[in-house]
Design a protein around this ligand. Structure first.
Ligand code: ADP
Ligand code: MG
Length: 551
């Protein structure tokens, strides 16, 4: 028997990193821009504490395509690296300088919003480039460095010629990855991943129209000038304090997030917590129309303003995935499986925090402006009812704002409804019986009959209502729901009915037999008592349990 140590050499591991580090090749750009952002934010932090004695200024990050040279450049004006730092941070694969920085500057560094984590992000550039160059000059008074690597573990590192502070990464793009030399493809990536990153990102220039000088003639063309084309909004609404934002700011941000969405959101919820986890964001209740964007425009997950995914399954409770907006949290573990996410303690807390915030917001909207809330009910009920079914905590909270509309357009909370019908609509076992219709047109004769007897009839027409009623029946005592066309109507304790039928007993019997023949033996009951109602000559009922079985 022998024991030994498996020798993992860089030669073995390098092709693996290149191939499997990220399944999605396109994320190399996100990683490099994250590094450029980190480098800039580090400089900002170091100048603010007086450790870097340079002018911070208004640094930007630039992305440039050199189509002829088959190169892509990512240029920043951040802290840069000395030759020694390149050796340390770049050559030692998986040595994360971001983590070291965070360790050194602790929470101050965290507040600075540093993105890096794993110390592998830089190497993702080899997924699309056969050769990578780093030209860098540190904010410290030291010579520039020039690093060149062609994707093997060999590299050259020499003194560089770079004059100004910062780092330029040059990717020599593979022939197979020529798409990343196309302007539209890069713009697409920048919009997807970097739209809200904290440092301005320049991609080309654009022509800006200036105001006409005074005294200019009507036909004179307005003067123009070329300006940097900045593709991102470095200060998106969710990073601001709710107190600093107006309703319009939220609406504008919604449009910024979903440029193809023309419908205004119904309302928003600003999330902001820093203990026991960090999370900010804005969620919107959309008007759920049947448009095609419903699948596309989803909640987006960010980490320190870097887009991560729009699949928030497991992080946001399922019933809220119908909402839109953003969630930004450095505390959500990435690059892990969904099943792990669901079991993760921090993620569970995040999910229940979001549920609570949404419930609180709904409660306050209801309290502050009931009329408006009622007007929106039809658009939001599906989310609320689904939440009541799937999350016990939400069910409890929804007691305060879940509404039960009547066929006459009134809206009751459950407690109000109960008070209204207590003593009016009980059966012989003293159960409260709530009558409802699911289709006003189809069931109109039953509705009229019930109303004539002085009963309230709810209009519950969402697709999951059957489940919701069951849930209410099991969680409340002595309560049952019956659709107006169920056979309950005449078992209810009701006011005296004084109307007299226009038909003789004989005619009634004949009619009853005829109708029953037509119906066959399907478990329906024909009731002629209802002929007293002006609305219908007779009614056909079916036991509530039979109907639910068929649903
Ligand atoms: P991480 O960002 O997770 O630390 P990376 O592989 O992306 O890991 O980068 C490794 C390290 O290289 C960074 O932590 C940083 O110290 C250094 N680095 C990378 N890009 C730059 C840059 N543009 N400017 C300054 N330093 C950089
Ligand atoms: Mg990084």
């Amino acid at each position: 028997m022998a024991t030994g140590k498996i020798n993992v050499s860089v030669e073995n591991i390098f092709p693996l990193i290149k191939k499997f580090l990220y399944s999605d090749h396109e994320i190399f750009l996100r990683e490099l821009i994250s590094n450029a952002t980190d480098a800039t934010l580090k400089l900002k932090h170091l100048t603010s504490i007086g450790e870097a004695k340079v002018e911070y200024g208004n640094p930007i990050i630039e992305v440039k395509i050199d189509k002829k040279g088959k190169k892509l450049h990512i240029i920043d004006q951040g802290i840069g690296m000395t030759e020694e730092e390149v050796r340390k941070y770049i050559n030692e694969v998986a040595f994360s300088g971001a983590e070291e920085f965070l360790d050194k500057y602790k929470d101050a560094g965290k507040d600075a919003g540093i993105i890096g984590h794993f110390g592998l992000g830089f190497y993702s550039s080899f997924m699309v480039a056969q050769k990578v160059e780093i030209l860098t000059k540190s904010y410290k008074d030291e010579p520039a460095a020039h690093w060149i690597c062609d994707g093997t573990p060999e590299f050259t590192l020499k003194e560089g010629k770079k004059k100004d502070r910062g780092t330029e990464i040059i990717l020599h793009i593979n022939d197979d990855d020529k798409e990343f030399l196309e302007e539209h493809r890069i713009r697409e990536l920048l919009t997807k991943y970097n739209k809200f990153m904290p440092i301005p990102i320049k991609f080309g220039t654009r022509t800006e129209t200036l105001p006409k000088p005074e005294g200019a003639k009507e036909e004179d063309p307005a003067p123009t000038k070329e300006v940097d084309n900045i593709i991102n909004n470095p200060n998106p609404a969710w990073t601001k304090k709710p107190a600093d934002l107006q309703d319009d700011d939220y609406k504008n941000f919604y449009r910024e997030l979903y440029p193809m969405q023309f419908e205004e959101p119904l309302f928003h919820i600003h999330l902001n917590v820093d203990y026991p986890f960090n999370l900010t964001g804005i969620l919107y209740f959309p008007k759920l129309t049947n448009d095609l964007n419903i699948q596309k425009d989803r909640i987006q997950l960010y980490q320190n303003q870097v887009f991560v995914t729009d699949n928030v399954e497991g992080i946001v409770p399922e019933f809220l995935t119908m909402l839109r907006g953003v969630i930004d949290s450095p505390d959500i573990p990435l690059n892990v499986s969904r099943s792990y996410l669901q079991a993760d303690g921090a993620v569970k807390k995040i999910s229940s925090y979001i549920t609570r915030k949404v419930a609180d917001k709904l409660a306050s909207l209801f309290k502050d402006n009931r009329e408006d809330f009622e007007a929106k009910w039809n658009d939001i009920k599906i989310v609320i009812e689904y939440g009541m079914l799937s999350e016990e905590k939400f069910f409890e909270k929804a007691e305060a704002f879940a509404l039960y509309p009547t066929v006459d357009g009134k809206y009751y909370t459950f407690d109000e409804l109960k008070e209204k019908i207590s003593g009016q609509q009980t059966d012989k076992d003293d159960n409260l019986v709530v009558l409802y219709a699911s289709d006003k047109e189809e069931q109109h004769s039953y509705i009229d009959a019930a109303k004539e007897k002085g009963y309230e009839v709810l209009l519950l027409d969402s697709p999951i209502v059957g489940h919701l009623l069951q849930k209410l029946e099991t969680s409340k005592e002595k309560l049952s729901f019956a659709r107006v066309d169920a056979d309950h109507l005449d078992n209810l304790i009701k006011k005296e009915d004084t109307k007299i039928s226009k038909l003789s007993e004989e005619e009634k019997e004949k009619l009853k037999t005829q109708v029953e023949e037509v119906l066959g033996d399907k478990g329906y009951t024909v009731q002629l008592e209802a002929m007293d109602s002006q609305a219908a000559p007779f009614i056909i009922t079916e036991p509530e349990f039979m109907r639910r079985m068929k649903e």
